[in-house]
Design a binder for this molecule. Structure first.
Ligand code: URA
Length: 249
């Protein structure tokens, strides 16, 4: 049997968090609601009524109940959104509505942000989370997380465009990585990107004199936008979906 080192003790202590902070972090109750729940003795940890907001517990090991009902403590949340047009991919914006305004009130207490950007007029799959590590990895150029988009142009899609995309289109900020272009109709295509530069798809097609009139993200890595998630709707990722996303990063 090994000895407990000071480092282990530190790690152990680090896992302990104040009960009021844990409950508030779930985004269901505000800080003042939590205070009131505790003072009214409605909160229990492992069956024992909590008498003070100062007590520290390990949220991974202890069972926290409110009025006898177990609180499922989630460290992070992962939400998929079918982004509508008109919303910016930011946490705040002076002039436009942000994708955060589409999040259910249940998550109001969490520090959510979009993991990646879609233009204001682009629709489709977007992940909104409070997990900075996952968000960073999704965006990290080294990870090459593939993203597939449905594109509609104002002029017919050509084989020349497809060849150019495969070779690497030259933009004013450098040559793009090879991209996939599958022609799906006279004016439509599926484009696969391994990087995410500013207005990338619009600028790539712009090199061929084409204007993108519709842009919709279908996938991020192995994660697909489900058919039953309408534009403007969002829901938490299932465990399998989260695994699919994490596998990639
Ligand atoms: N490329 C664009 O031009 N816009 C997007 O929103 C995404 C990729």
């Amino acid at each position: 049997m090994g000895h407990l080192t000071s480092r282990d003790v530190y790690k152990k202590e680090k896992k302990l968090e104040r009960i009021d902070k844990i409950i508030a972090s779930q985004g269901i109750y505000s800080r003042s609601d939590v205070k009131s729940l505790i003072s009214k003795k409605r909160v229990a940890v492992d069956g024992e009524t909590v008498k003070s907001a100062n007590i520290k517990v390990d949220p991974e090991k202890s069972v926290i109940t409110i009025d006898g009902r177990e609180l499922t403590v989630k460290k992070n949340v992962y939400i998929m959104l079918n982004k509508p047009k008109g919303y910016v991919s930011a946490t705040e914006d002076r002039d436009h509505q942000t994708v955060l305004e589409l999040m259910p009130a249940d998550f109001a207490g969490r520090d959510l942000f979009p993991a990646g950007r879609l233009d204001r007029d682009t629709t489709g799959l977007m992940i909104i989370t409070d997990d900075g590590v996952l968000a960073h990895n999704i965006l990290a150029p080294k990870k090459h997380v593939q993203k597939i988009y449905h594109v509609e142009l104002d002029i017919p899609v050509t084989e020349e465009m497809a060849r150019g995309f495969a070779e690497g289109v030259e933009l004013n900020d450098g040559v793009c990585k090879e991209a996939g272009l599958e022609i799906t109709g006279e004016y439509t295509a599926k484009v696969t990107l391994k990087e995410g530069r500013y207005h990338q798809i619009k600028r790539m097609f712009g090199c061929y004199g084409a204007k993108v009139v519709e842009l919709h993200r279908l996938t991020m890595g192995n994660l697909h936008l489900p058919d039953n998630l309408a534009v403007g709707e969002c829901r938490e990722l299932t465990e399998e979906e989260l695994k699919l996303l994490q596998q990639q990063v």
